[in-house]
Design a protein around this ligand. Structure first.
Ligand code: ZN
Ligand code: ZN
Length: 299
């Protein structure tokens, strides 16, 4: 009798595991089919130019399959809200950028985004501040691990700090646009170097484009996505503003599949909403590219 019960338990476990593998394989298969449809639209990564990120940083890259096998941070039944944490002061136009970026992130990752009450700069201790080339800077490691990490709640999938003050990540660095943890679900980015959003329509648009690029990139890291080295992609590393301006807002087919894997977002609805957002904000090149992607997956 005991042996019979053991055999039944064993069989149930094997059945459950094989069921689970079949499910995973189905989702992977579907996303691999989407990758194949999107591939022809995306440019392979060009040779790095002098001073580019890949000239200084050795990156291993990460395929969609490698990502799936890496046990990445993904949305769960409880953890499904992105929180944005404003840090320091913002002008009226900078607040508009923050608001629009929250809207973009919500569409890009298909999740609710809540913006927390602002934390004043006076709450950051002197040891996490410095003046570099005349600019005030905040230490990213302090923001990530001392300020943001304790503020995560049960519903937090990501907690993203945003500031108009410049950032630096520690000894030997001049500045960073943003920084995020691949495992701890915290990140921070700055709009300080993204241009002047009060400098007219074009300047506002440029600042918005740069900010949503950094925000989607840092959030990507927080879902355990590595830097992309295969395509011109929103997940490529950048050493300068001119380099990040060269990279596209859109994620490449492999990184796009990682986003869907982590969030379970409806692919068609996501593209439709991205098109609507880019159109409303007069981001012409980006609108046209997302339209092409939507068309490709509907074929
Ligand atoms: Zn990065
Ligand atoms: Zn990519």
């Amino acid at each position: 009798m005991k042996n019979l019960i053991r055999a039944i338990v064993l069989l149930s476990i094997i059945f459950a595991i094989s069921n689970c593998i079949a499910k995973v394989s189905k989702k992977e298969k579907e996303l691999n089919a989407i990758i194949a449809k999107l591939k022809p639209l995306h440019k392979k990564m060009a040779m790095p130019q002098p001073g580019d990120w890949l000239q200084y940083n050795k990156e291993s890259g990460q395929s969609f399959v490698e990502y799936v096998r890496s046990d990445p941070v993904i949305v769960t039944k409880e953890r499904k809200i992105i929180y944005i944490q404003p840090i320091g002061d913002f002008t009226e136009d900078e607040w508009k950028i923050v608001k629009k970026t929250a809207e973009f992130l919500s569409i890009f990752y298909g999740l609710s985004v809540i913006t927390n009450k602002q934390i004043p700069l006076s709450a950051i201790p002197e040891k996490a501040k410095r003046i570099n080339w005349g600019k005030e800077q905040l230490l990213t490691t302090y923001i990530l691990y001392d300020l943001l990490k304790p503020k995560r709640t049960d519903s937090t999938i990501l907690l993203l700090g945003i500031t108009a003050t410049d950032l630096w990540p520690g000894k030997g660095w001049n500045f960073v646009f943003g920084q995020a943890s691949l495992r701890e679900r915290v990140g921070v980015w700055s709009i300080n170097r993204n241009g002047n959003p009060s400098g007219g329509e074009e300047a506002f648009k440029l600042c918005l484009l740069r900010t949503i690029k950094t925000a989607s990139h840092e959030a990507g890291h927080m879902f355990s996505i590595y830097h992309c080295i295969a395509y011109d992609c929103g997940m490529c590393g950048s050493n300068s503003l001119s380099e990040s301006d060269r990279h596209s807002l859109a994620f490449c087919p492999e990184c796009h599949a990682k986003v869907i894997w982590a969030t379970n977002t409806d692919i068609v609805k996501r593209f439709q909403k991205l098109i609507k957002f880019c159109k409303a904000n007069k981001l012409k090149k980006e609108t046209e590219f997302y339209e092409k992607e939507l068309k490709a997956i509907q074929k």
